[in-house]
Design a protein around this ligand. Structure first.
Ligand SMILES: Cc1ncc(COP(=O)(O)O)c(C=O)c1O
Length: 383
């Protein structure tokens, strides 16, 4: 792994950080819509729980390896109420210190050198990077025009070496989402090819206009082949707390448990108690957070359209996924936006080669600042 690490190109967000720091050092004020880190506060009911548990003696000992029973109970109750899904908290559930590292651990625990992992062609970077760290090969699954996976286009040869298939709906950065029927197609495909299906459901609650994001675990029999990661980072403005979970196939959870217990302890009890408060109160915490993102989405989409740049409002996630204007290279466009209007965006190549020619805007600023960002982007494209 050490030599693979040496060969991996730097994480693009590091590069973006360096360029942003350069402009800030020159005293420039930037509108940062680059990284998808929520700017809203941790919900008060979660803060209160954190304050309460900080004085709790239970915190001084090592946490449970798999999950604190209170966290597992709150999270599995949420799964039941939100998706109508029954998960055994003792066998089919494990707490994670964020879904990013949980996904990496799942990959490391499941694939051997020379095997393959099926990754969407535009992807959250950890899917491919953890695969490479495991000595395995990421095999990219193309999208159909509507954002669904084109399973027929996966060549037989790497498919026969594949152990894990990853999907991410609603997708970062694509914002694409799919129906439960489509998820059932992926479950059937995974079962036919002996794959562990890993559904990254980081944006389960961030959807608009009456669209309720489905869970793969709603597909009958899905727990035979699938696991799904959920996180408090986006739904509850808790990215700094680092609390998430994985639920689904017992064998995969047991293997992940074996991996994790060999290299560490369970997730911080403090973070699990914060997560328990969040999931227990999801029904009241989520609506105002979604309402704020909807206001921002509508404001920036209207600003783009008013400026003659046609943009469709995404029905989920906290992003816009836009085309780089003709005549600009990927980093050239990002640099032009920083140097000109002072807007920080994420280049599409962050999310793989198939992201070339695109850029991502995160809705992590106020509606007014997002409108200003859109106006700056439009002006920069005209130059
Ligand atoms: C698709 C996707 N998965 C996982 C994560 C990471 O979430 P966490 O904070 O739980 O590690 C992100 C964060 O941006 C994401 O976009």
């Amino acid at each position: 792994m050490a030599s693979t690490l040496d060969r991996l190109p730097p994480y693009v967000f590091y590069e973006l950080d360096a360029r942003r720091a350069h402009h800030r050092a020159q005293g420039r004020t930037l509108i940062d819509v680059g990284i998808g880190s929520p700017d809203g506060p941790i919900p008060p009911v979660v803060v209160e729980a954190m304050q309460r548990v900080a004085a709790d003696r239970a915190l001084s000992g090592y946490p449970y390896f798999r999950a604190d029973p209170a966290f597992a109970a709150a999270a599995t109750t949420y799964l039941a109420q939100r998706f109508g899904v029954t998960v055994d908290p003792a066998r089919e559930f494990l707490a994670l210190a964020g879904s990013k590292e949980g996904i990496a651990e799942l990959i490391l625990a499941h694939v051997n050198p020379g095997e393959a992992v099926l990754v969407p062609e535009v992807y959250y970077p950890v899917y491919a990077r953890a695969t490479l760290l495991a000595g395995a090969e990421p095999v990219f699954m193309p999208f159909l025009l509507d954002g669904r996976l084109d399973l027929d286009a996966i060549p037989a040869e790497p498919l026969s070496r594949a152990k894990v298939m990853i999907m991410n709906y609603p997708g970062n950065p694509t914002t694409a989402s799919v129906s439960l029927d489509e998820l059932a197609r992926y479950v059937a495909f995974a079962e036919r090819h002996g794959l562990l299906l890993l559904s990254d459901l980081a944006y389960s609650e961030l959807s608009f206009d009456g669209f309720a994001v489905p869970s793969v675990l709603q597909v009958p029999g899905a727990a035979r082949v699938a696991v799904e990661t959920h996180t408090c980072s986006k739904s509850f403005n808790m990215a700094g707390v680092r609390i998430a979970f994985v639920a689904g196939q017992h064998a995969a959870i047991a293997r992940l448990d074996a991996y994790r217990s060999n290299i560490g302890y369970g997730v911080s009890t403090f973070a699990q108690m914060a997560g328990a408060a969040a999931f227990a109160n999801a029904a009241t915490i989520v609506p105002p957070i979604v309402a704020e993102y909807r206001t921002r989405r509508d404001a920036i989409v209207a600003a783009f359209n008013a400026g003659g740049w046609p943009v469709q409002a995404p029905r989920s996630t906290m992003y816009l996924w836009l085309d780089v204007p003709a005549g600009f290279g990927d980093w050239e466009w990002v640099d032009a936006l920083m140097a000109g209007p002072g807007v920080v965006v994420t280049p599409g190549i962050t999310f793989g080669d198939a992201g070339r020619g695109k850029f991502r805007v995160s809705l992590v600023q106020s509606a007014e600042r997002l409108e200003a960002a859109a106006q700056g982007i439009i002006a920069a494209a005209r130059r």
